[in-house]
Design a protein around this ligand. Structure first.
Ligand code: DGY
Length: 326
């Protein structure tokens, strides 16, 4: 059985695939495969370990022979899951293992925005560390402030844990369902979306990109936030409207922002967000630790191994493919 891996992934994943007797080809060029080129390659393989390529309906139709598509990510907004299910192609992902590192990234962005860290670093690089004024470049304290979480699941839980331990922050959240574990652990309080916007000092997004969440943080949402609030997004860039965010920061409708995800990605070097003192931007590195990326590679490899044997994937996005009535 032949497996195509669309980027270089950590060795523990590759080792597992080799030990399972699979023949592996890794794409080593530093450009993302897409469209017909990706189709032409995948048509020669039995399984596809997909590192953030677009898996749309035309791809799936052309590659319906694939026994499994294993994503090297927890998010699957790059995949037309309905089309894969219709074609009975199982899609696997890598849940849970990146909760801690993604929460850590949100925490890093929160402090960096609050203390203008990226901007001040740039000032030193530009030779601008001059006369110190007691009223210049002031940040804001996070102690005892309110953390609002939009989509309190595993990543939001880890962030809340850090914020409560470090700064004794109060936790509010907006979810469809209650998170009783977080309510018990941190006294987290479920609020409406409007209340989340109005009451959060730091508002952090931890939800999937769906038709419901796309563009959710727009002008109307930023207008309801505190002028001292910090907006954090480590989920998907499409959840905020970047033009509206820029305007909200320029007009001082909100105070700061920390982004690990942008729209589009990569962000253009001339984006005004990169010049703003209380903004911190990172290049989508939420899961980028040695430990997390290795764990993701292992989960993706396990999904491939199960898929080529015709077994149920350990982490399946579309379990309906196993429903015989489909
Ligand atoms: C994920 O796993 O979804 C990360 O955001 C990387 O894309």
């Amino acid at each position: 059985m032949r497996v195509f891996v669309s980027n270089i992934i950590p060795q523990p994943g590759i080792r597992l695939l080799e030990e399972a007797g699979l023949e592996i080809t890794e794409w080593t060029e530093k450009r993302k495969l897409a469209g017909q080129e990706l189709i032409d390659i995948c048509q020669q393989y039995d399984a596809f370990l997909c590192v953030s390529n677009t898996v749309d309906a035309p791809f799936l139709e052309a590659c319906k022979h694939l026994k499994v598509i294993a994503l090297h990510s927890v998010g699957y907004d790059n995949v037309d899951v309905a089309a894969a299910t219709r074609l009975k192609i199982p899609i696997g992902n890598t849940p849970d293992v990146l909760s801690e590192s993604t929460a850590e990234t949100a925490f890093l962005l929160m402090i960096s925005s609050a203390r203008k860290a990226f901007y001040l670093h740039k000032k030193i690089l530009n030779g601008q560390w001059g006369f110190t004024e007691p009223t210049a470049d002031l940040g804001i304290s996070l102690q005892g402030k309110t953390l609002g979480i939009y989509g309190l699941g595993k990543i939001g839980y880890e962030l809340a844990k850090k914020c409560v331990a470090a700064y004794d922050m109060k936790v509010i959240y907006h979810n469809r369902h209650r998170n009783e574990e977080a309510e018990k652990a941190f006294g987290a309080v479920k609020v409406s979306f409007e209340e989340l916007l109005q009451q959060s000092d730091v508002l952090s997004v931890h939800t999937a990109l769906t038709s419901e969440t796309k563009g959710k943080f727009n002008k109307a949402a930023f207008n309801l936030m505190k002028p001292s609030a910090i907006f954090i997004n480590t989920a998907r860039g499409g959840i905020h409207n970047e033009g509206d965010l820029i305007e909200a920061l320029q007009n001082e409708t909100i105070w700061g922002a920390g982004l690990d995800v942008t729209n589009p990605e990569p962000m253009h070097a001339d984006n005004p967000l990169l010049q703003m003192p209380s903004v911190a931007v990172l290049p989508h590195i939420g899961s980028a630790t040695v430990e997390t990326r290795s764990a993701m590679a292992i989960l993706a490899a396990r999904n491939i191994i199960a898929g080529v044997k015709g077994e149920r994937l350990p982490n399946i996005v579309n379990p309906e493919v196993y429903n015989s009535s489909l």
